[in-house]
Design a binder for this molecule. Structure first.
Ligand code: SF4
Length: 157
């Protein structure tokens, strides 16, 4: 996944240097049990002070984002794992973080492909689309997740 992303980004001559539409301020719920476990594995390797700082930012995030009697909505708060514009658990980050940014397509049998324009950094406007099909990554993740759930006896949902 990382290799494919890097190859396509290089073809666009795209380098993320930060933008107002910072993807680490997005609110997303797309992750699997296995991604959560992998992120947790990275977190467990941090020192106690680092963990406490993240937990404190995470609690702040939770309170501001998930208000009582209100649907959760993005308030453009930085992910608790982002420090000085860098993800401190970068090698362990979820798939949605790894795939973000590039124009892409997702294919479902019987439906036209879903397409995404890429992030608002601007480098893609006016450039011909370079095929980046996310489908095989989702399919592989589904297989890995099913295997993980079976081994760890986790239920779907
Ligand atoms: S996990 Fe890392 S890459 Fe993903 S949103 Fe948080 S800081 Fe950004």
């Amino acid at each position: 996944m990382d290799e494919a992303w890097g190859r396509i980004a290089a073809l666009y001559q795209f380098q993320c240097s930060g933008c107002e539409d910072n993807c680490c301020q997005s609110l997303f719920f797309h992750h699997t049990h296995v991604e959560k476990a992998y992120l947790r594995h990275g977190f467990d390797q941090l020192d106690p002070a680092g963990k406490n700082e993240i937990l404190s930012r995470a609690e702040d995030y939770r309170q501001k984002t998930f208000m009582e009697n209100e649907a959760a909505q993005s308030r453009k708060i930085m992910c608790p794992l982002n420090e000085n514009s860098r993800c401190i658990l970068y090698p362990y980050r979820p798939m949605i973080c790894r795939l973000h940014g590039l124009p892409h397509e997702i294919r479902k049998p019987g439906f036209p492909p879903l397409t995404g324009k890429g992030c608002k950094a601007g480098q893609f406007h006016g450039k011909a689309y370079i095929p980046f099909d996310r489908t095989p990554f989702y399919q592989n993740m589904a297989r890995i997740e099913a295997d993980y759930r079976q081994r760890s006896k986790k239920q779907a949902g």
